[in-house]
Every structure is written in C-alpha cells, then in structure tokens.
Design a binder for this molecule. Structure first.
Ligand code: ADP
Length: 496
C-alpha cells in the first residue's frame, strides 16, 4: 500500500508529539535503565562461562596428555605402536573429548592417528616444530568450537657435562602429541544457560515494563493534578486557591498560578465595581428626568412657565448623561493599552493658551482669575488630544472646586528631558484621606456638590491614564480650605 507524503508527515508528527510527553520519556528511561543491565549481564555471564570452561577443559586435557606422554616413553610407543594399553588410553581420550589424537615421532612422521587417516604421513606444521623446541600451545577456535593443542613427548636422560664431567638430568623431546578436541558439550551448556537467561530476561522485561508503567504514572501524576486543578478553575467550578504539595516544582507552579488568580480576582472585582458604578451614574440622570416628566404629567393645565422650567431641568440631565458617556468613552480609549497614540510635535505654550481661552468664560462667571506663566517656550512630541484632555480637566477642576473671586494659575516649565505643567488654585482643597482616591473612577470628595457642578468623577482617572500613556507622572499637593496644586511631568519626546 502506498502512503501519501501528508499521511507520513502526520504520523511522524503524532509520534514526536507522544515522545514530548514527560510520562512517555520517564517510561522509556526506566525501561532502558532496567533492561540494558540485564542484557549486559546475560552477555557477561555467557562470555565468562565460556572462557572459564575452555581453560578448565584445556588444563584437564593437558594433565591427561602429560600422563599419556610419560606412558608413551615408558612403552617406547614411538618405536612400536602396538601397545594395547596405550592404544586403549588414546582411544579412551579421543572418545571422552570427541577428538582426534596424532602422535608424531622425531622425524615428523605420524606414528599414530586415532582416526587412522594420517598414519605414516609427514607433518610439517609450525606448531609441531615449535613443540619439538619445547613450546607447547593450545588454540581455541570459537567459530568452529574446536580446541587444538600440542604436548611434547619428552624423556629425561642423564647427561655427562664434557667440561666438568658432572651428570645432570636433561629433557629431550622425542615426539609430539597433536590433539584436537571438540567443545560441543561446552556449547550445549552455553545454549541451555542462554535459554534460561532469555526466560529470566523475559520475566524481567514484563516486571520492568509494568514497574516503569506504574512509576511513570505516579511520577507524572502530580503534574496531572496541577492541570486538573487549573482546569477546574478555568472552567469556573472553583475559584479557590489550589494546592498540590507533591513536588517543590508543583508548589512553585501553583504559587505562580494562585498569584495570577489573585490578580485576576482583583481585576474582576474592580471590573464589577466599575460596571455597577457606571450603571448607577447613568441611572441617576434618567431617574431625575423620569421624576420631572412624571410630575409634569401628573398635573393638569400645567402653566407654560413650569413646562419650560422642567424642560430646562430635563435638558440639563441629558447634558449630564451625555457628559458621563463622553467621559466613559475617553476612559475606555485610554484603557486600551495598545491605543494608537497620535504623536506630533506640539507647541505647549500655544496649546495651553487655547485651552485657557476656552475655559476663561466659565471662570469669569464666578469671578475667578485664570493666569498663565510660561517660564520658557516648550515644544514636545506628544498626543495633542490626550494632553489637551489633561490640561482642560485640571484647569476645569481648579475652576470648579474654587471659591468666588478665587484664582487659578498655570505654570509651564521644562528641562532638557521633561516639561512640567503646574495647575494651582485657591479652592476648597482636598482632605488628606481623599488624596489617595481622587484618581479612582467615579470617586468624588463631595458627591452631591460635584454632581451639582457637573462633575462625573471620571476627569482625574482620564487625566492620570493620559499622563501614564506618555510615561509621565502626576502628583498633587493640597491644603484643605487653602487650595490645590497638580504637578504633571511628561517627557519632551514620546518613547513607545
Ligand atoms: P469630577 O468630575 O467630580 O471633578 P474628577 O475625577 O475630576 O471628578 O475629580 C475627582 C474629585 O477630586 C472631585 O470630585 C473633587 O472632589 C476632587 N478634586 C479634583 N480636583 C480638585 C481641585 N482642584 N480642588 C479640590 N478638589 C478637587
């Protein structure tokens, strides 16, 4: 069957995906750690047995051959091979070890071959020649399962040394025994051993497989517990802090998650509070309008003046509602962290003049004097609309929360990095306990007064957001009954 390339690719993908699982990796690791030593053990035991068995066999046969070699000399077998005792011994040896014995005389002639094939032939082999020099050898041919060895047939004779006339014993090699024995029995034992080891290995494989399966499951289980606990929170079954103390690592993950959960809870609470505040604020003007309209409808023959008066009140409430909505929209725009800032070079002196010109008529109504002191010309790259909101909100507040015949002073200054706008007033001031809250949405020191003068409680929240979006800072100094100063510091060049 032909596989399509896509099929093969998806198969490889799913294979590598399962390999990325910690459980699979631990399982494979445990399996390897368990199995590799067992394979080495089997190989080591068999190898060790083979070398030991061969060396035992060699020394056993050598010992017997030495005895026979002595008998060969005693019975002068090299000269006459008819000795039934020796022939029986040789026969027995070759039967016992499943081998062949050749007896070679001094002139390299084979005098006896237990297979009866090579008798009378001459053998010129390196091993035999070496053995005549006294070097016996044994060779194991693992591939053929065969051991070959040579043993000298030597006689001890008394020799008189010509120089001193002393008589000493000397070994003279009269012949060589060349023997080949089969290692079938050793190999059979090895086969049996190997079979037994394989069965043992199979049993171990099953045990290790099961053990690795269980262990990998238990080792990875705490991580699964973490996932389940996080999923429960994600699916909304629980919003409690979770706890998986099995590993230090899981404790760290859970700690980080709980912190995130805490932050999300705070955000969620503040969002809920915001929504309920918004609903409340939007409902207030509507309730007033409903009351005004109902009271008009409840009366018959309402004079036109009363209608006019009530309609003026309703129009005011509509203005309020629309101001709240405008402010909310500005706030939402500021809240979007990625809002595209529209950065341009702005002449701050001119901008401040324009804003003050717009606000002076309102100030004049309450005889409040608005002055502007420009320490130096300031050009800054900022978002003009947002900075206008900052300035107008601050100056509007300075006028709104001021006394009759009061004053508002705006000072513009700059250094090489920042420009500073200070808006000071001779107004009511802000009580110390309220200072921490004035930037909160819908917070007002005196709710009813603020509402009366058209405040929404959103102005400073918008101002602060706009300042922060420019990476600036805002600070307030206030003495209740004497006045307030807001100091805004913004970088001359906007950096995203
Ligand atoms: P509002 O729309 O009510 O003016 P803001 O967010 O602009 O809302 O201001 C929040 C509150 O801070 C105001 O209600 C007022 O009590 C206080 N506040 C702001 N500016 C001044 C100021 N210059 N002098 C005294 N109080 C102020």
């Amino acid at each position: 069957m032909l596989y399509r390339w896509e099929d093969i690719k998806s198969k490889i993908k799913s294979k590598t995906k399962s390999l990325r699982s910690l459980k699979v990796r631990i399982f494979i690791l445990l399996l390897l750690v368990g199995l590799i030593p067992s394979y080495f053990m089997k190989y080591g035991i068999l190898q060790n047995y083979e070398t030991r068995a061969i060396s035992v066999r060699v020394s056993e046969v050598q010992a017997q051959l030495k005895i026979i070699a002595n008998h060969l000399i005693t019975y002068s077998y090299l000269q006459d091979t008819s000795s039934p005792v020796i022939n029986a011994e040789l026969e027995q040896l070759s039967n016992l070890y499943g081998g062949r014995v050749l007896i070679i005389s001094g002139n390299l002639k084979v005098v006896k071959d237990t297979y009866g094939i090579s008798e009378g032939k001459t053998i010129i082999s390196e091993e035999v020649v070496k053995c005549f020099r006294g070097e016996s050898m044994s060779n194991y041919d693992a591939a053929l399962g065969y051991i070959e060895m040579t043993i000298p047939i030597s006689e001890t004779v008394n020799v008189e040394l010509p120089e001193t006339g002393e008589v000493t014993e000397k070994e003279i090699v009269r012949g060589v025994m060349l023997i080949g024995i089969s290692c079938d029995t050793i190999h059979k034992t090895m086969d049996i051993l190997s079979n037994k080891a394989s069965i043992l290995q199979l049993i171990m494989l099953v045990i290790i497989f099961g053990g690795a399966l269980l262990l990998s499951h238990f080792l990875v289980n705490p991580l699964n517990k973490v996932t389940t606990a996080i999923n429960e929170v994600a699916e909304g079954y629980s919003d409690k802090a979770i706890n998986v103390p099995d590993y230090v690592e899981t404790v760290h993950i859970i700690d980080a998650f709980n912190q995130l959960l805490g932050r999300m809870k705070v955000l969620d609470d503040s969002r809920q509070e915001f929504v309920s505040n918004v609903s409340h604020e939007l409902k207030t003007p509507i309730t007033s309008m409903k009351v005004l309209a109902d009271s008009l409808l409840a009366q018959e023959d309402v004079p036109v003046e009363l209608y006019r008066e009530f309609m003026e009140d309703i129009a005011k409430e509509i203005d309020r509602e629309s101001k709240i909505i405008t402010d909310l929209l500005s706030l939402v725009k500021m809240d979007k962290k990625v809002t595209d800032m529209n950065i341009t070079e702005v002449n701050m002196n001119e901008l401040t003049e324009v804003i003050l010109k717009r606000l002076r008529p309102i100030a004049r109504k309450r005889d409040i004097e608005v002055t502007f002191e420009s320490i130096r010309p300031v050009k800054a790259t900022v978002d003009e609309v947002k900075i206008s909101l900052v300035l107008s909100n601050l100056v509007e507040n300075a006028i709104k929360y001021n006394k009759e015949n009061g004053w508002v002073k705006v000072v513009l200054d700059a250094d090489h990095q920042f420009f500073t706008v200070t808006v000071s007033d001779s107004g009511v001031g802000i009580p110390e306990e309220s200072i921490a809250h004035i930037y909160e949405r819908f917070y007002r020191v005196d709710k009813s007064h603020s509402r009366e003068i058209g405040g929404t409680g959103l102005g400073l929240a918008i101002t602060r957001s706009a300042v922060l979006m420019h990476r600036g800072s805002i600070r307030v100094e206030s003495t209740p009954g004497e006045g307030t100063s807001f100091i805004v510091k913004i970088p001359l060049t906007y950096k995203a």
